[in-house]
Design a protein around this ligand. Structure first.
Ligand code: ADP
Ligand code: ASP
Ligand code: MG
Length: 401
């Protein structure tokens, strides 16, 4: 007998038929003699709809109240799924995040899981119950409900698998695995049988939202073997694990991330300590900076450009404007019509020419590059957002993925 954690995303439980479908799949696993813990997300677009409802009333609502609101989406799903399983005559219980023991830090709307108190979970499993847990949520030490950031139910599932020492963690979604690009952008993208944690972490962090990036980080840390599978079709999915058979594949996938804005601080003095002052100012406000480009100094001045997420654009501009005089900056500009397109693959480490090939694909498509950044296993470029899908397709084709 195995202990299996299964996670079903929003589209997998979008309506009554789909909830019934999930109930059947879960009970099949249970009937094979396994202990089953199921994590579910809010139905369909519920989370987006709730955000819209909040905005109608107060676009500046506190994060505490937003988390109170958003956590309700998952609470609907767990009860409905439990009812569907009751109908199939199996013992089942639904638990909210806090009932399941998810203790998080107090960073509302983007909380991190500190630990899971598993007594209740073990007690329910000992009673042979199928346990349905609300994803995306927990409780902080002040007893406030918290949420884990958009897409966070994947992380709830992996955390449960780690805490319960589960034999398997299966992530069921509306695609049947991890592809070489988002199949919605590149219809002939190919499914990967296996991918390493490191590659998946890069893909997820660079825009492949098929898995929440923190879920991959956690799976690596606790050695949880993950499988991404289809909720609708019974076919093999993609296994995410430490090492995979090294094939000829140089590049694992292409992604794009539109949640990116660029800020340029122009005409700074060209002397030591200036970059330090710009970035420590932002760090103090909790603003994460991603790509950075500093121009070569000319006439004793230099420019520094960097990217932030859309949510950090205004706070970053405000912080810089307020220090514009002391920084002796001539001008602060920004561009919010951009996208970051990236390629990821452990195979590129020892292969010259990968970057050139990516840039050639963009050149062939007449797409201008604003910024470039690289690491051992990825290359990212910043381009205009209206070129992003074309770029993903062109790069995918260039590498014959
Ligand atoms: P869920 O609601 O099940 O969590 P998500 O919408 O969060 O589902 O994630 C699944 C979606 O991720 C797919 O529908 C697909 O469009 C998108 N996606 C982006 N990049 C990839 C990729 N490389 N492979 C597979 N799916 C991807
Ligand atoms: N319902 C949440 C969201 O839409 C969490 C999730 O789906 O994983 O972001
Ligand atoms: Mg998701």
């Amino acid at each position: 007998m195995a202990l299996i954690v299964q996670k079903f995303g929003g589209s997998s439980v979008a309506d009554a038929d789909r909830v019934n479908n999930v109930a059947r799949r879960v009970t099949e696993t249970y009937d094979e003699g396994n202990s089953v813990v199921v994590v579910v997300s809010a139905q369909g677009d519920t989370t987006d709809d709730l955000i819209e409802k909040a905005n109608e009333i107060n676009p500046n609502a506190s994060k505490r109240e937003m988390d109170m609101l958003l956590s309700s989406g998952e609470q609907i799903s767990i009860s409905l799924l439990a009812m569907a399983i009751e109908k199939l005559g199996k013992p089942v219980i639904s638990l909210t995040g806090w009932q399941a023991g998810f203790q998080t830090n107090a960073a509302a709307s983007n909380a991190r899981i500190n630990r899971i108190d598993t007594e209740r979970l073990h007690a329910e499993l000992d009673k042979n119950n199928i346990v349905i847990v609300a994803g995306f949520q927990g409780i902080d030490k002040y007893d406030n409900i918290t949420t884990l950031g958009r897409g966070g139910s994947d992380t709830s599932a992996v955390a449960l698998a780690a805490a319960l020492h589960a034999d398997k963690c299966e992530i069921y979604t509306d695609v049947d695995g991890v592809y070489t690009a988002d199949p919605r952008i590149v219809p002939d993208a190919k499914k990967l049988d296996e991918i390493t944690y490191d590659e998946m972490l890069e893909l997820a962090s660079l825009g492949a939202n098929v898995l929440h990036n923190r879920s991959v980080e956690m799976a690596k840390k606790y050695d949880v073997r993950l499988e991404v599978k289809s909720s609708f079709e019974k076919v093999d999915g993609t296994i995410v694990k430490e090492a995979v058979n090294v094939e000829k594949m140089l590049i694992r996938g292409v992604t794009r991330d539109n949640d990116v804005d660029r800020i340029s601080v122009i005409g700074l003095e060209d002397r030591p300590g200036i970059a330090f002052r710009v970035f420590s100012l932002l760090a103090k406000k909790g603003i994460n900076v991603d790509m950075i480009l500093q121009s070569i100094g000319r006439d004793n001045t230099k420019d520094i450009s960097f990217t932030v997420t859309k949510a950090h654009l205004q706070p970053a501009l405000e912080a810089l404007e307020s220090e514009k005089e002391t920084l002796k900056a001539k001008e602060i500009t920004h561009n919010d019509n951009l996208s970051k397109v990236s390629i990821v693959g452990a195979g590129m480490v020892n292969n010259a020419g990968v970057a050139a090939k990516m840039f050639e694909a963009l050149f062939d498509s007449d797409i201008n590059i604003h910024m470039i950044s690289t690491s051992e296993i990825k290359i990212s470029v910043l381009i205009n957002v209206n070129n992003a899908e074309r770029a993903v397709k062109a790069i995918h084709e260039k590498f014959n993925l």
